[in-house]
Design a protein around this ligand. Sequence first.
Ligand SMILES: Cc1cc2nc3c(=O)[nH]c(=O)nc-3n(C[C@H](O)[C@H](O)[C@H](O)COP(=O)(O)OP(=O)(O)OC[C@H]3O[C@@H](n4cnc5c(N)ncnc54)[C@H](O)[C@@H]3O)c2cc1C
Length: 286
Amino acid sequence: MTEERFDAIVVGAGPSGNAAAYTMAKNGLNVLQLERGEYPGSKNVQGAILYADALERLMPDFREDAPLERHVIEQRIWMMDDVSDTGMHYRSELFNEAMPNRYTIIRAQFDRWFSRRVRDAGATLPCETTVTDLLRDQRNRVIGVKTDRHGGALLADVVILAEGVNGLTGQQAGLREQPRPKDVALAVKEMHFLPQELIESRFGLRGDEGVVIEAMGTITQGMNRHGVSLRFFIPIANRSRSASVAWWTISPARNRRRTGCWTRSRRTRAWRRCSPDRRSRNTPRT
Ligand SMILES: Cc1cc2nc3c(=O)[nH]c(=O)nc-3n(C[C@H](O)[C@H](O)[C@H](O)COP(=O)(O)OP(=O)(O)OC[C@H]3O[C@@H](n4cnc5c(N)ncnc54)[C@H](O)[C@@H]3O)c2cc1C
């Protein structure tokens, strides 16, 4: 393949890569964006809450067609151990404003929408293309990238690495360090689809209002228009790196949320259901 030259190459089509590619393409630069996933958002598991102010600065009209689920009017915080919990909440009608600041989103849909806007602005985006290395000239300046797909070099005046937290190209090029186990967590996400009316009656909501619940100790929980997202973060430094072990670790917490209270024996470390009298006392309120 012959060499192709661009003003800028952006690696990754998550929010950072999309913001960079959009800004440059909108200002008339010839931008190539490369995404390893099947489509933008296919590799992402974010919860997710969109804090709108940054996007609003970039794209003031984003609310017109972005796939927003609910605007958040209430935040609950729970502190939980295996058998008990305490918490607080903040809810305000003021969050029912014309241009709310926080929304629940589904990243697979949101990233696809954002990426469409980037392409409308003029950038080119081939998916299923992984950047494997940076290209450098004789003076060691970055002049482009190598991919797993293109035989030839992709050259650019600027290369922006927006690969996310586990940026292997950046690490390989010596531009960033490998994340330390104490700084990262393993996250597992689960979505439960429920009738819209059930979500609204259970959480005291109308229309597009939403509630976010953050729980420290066991699980975290978020809400979309037709579903409730559960996200579990397990600090890697404290736990096994194995996903199956992580799943085993969180399963009792999931069951506890669904069916009531579970408790763990200090001696055998085995989980068992609480007795009925403890169950009613220990089940967190929703
Ligand atoms: C479970 C979970 C819940 C979260 N909840 C929230 C939340 O509620 N609100 C919030 O604001 N943030 C949340 N975050 C954080 C948020 O997801 C990140 O801050 C955000 O995704 C970072 O965006 P990014 O564009 O830098 O990276 P990413 O979103 O990780 O995007 C990087 C992209 O680059 C691509 N890529 C990587 N390497 C290559 C390569 N070599 N070649 C080609 N493509 C490549 C990837 O496929 C990916 O699409 C959450 C994160 C997790 C894990």
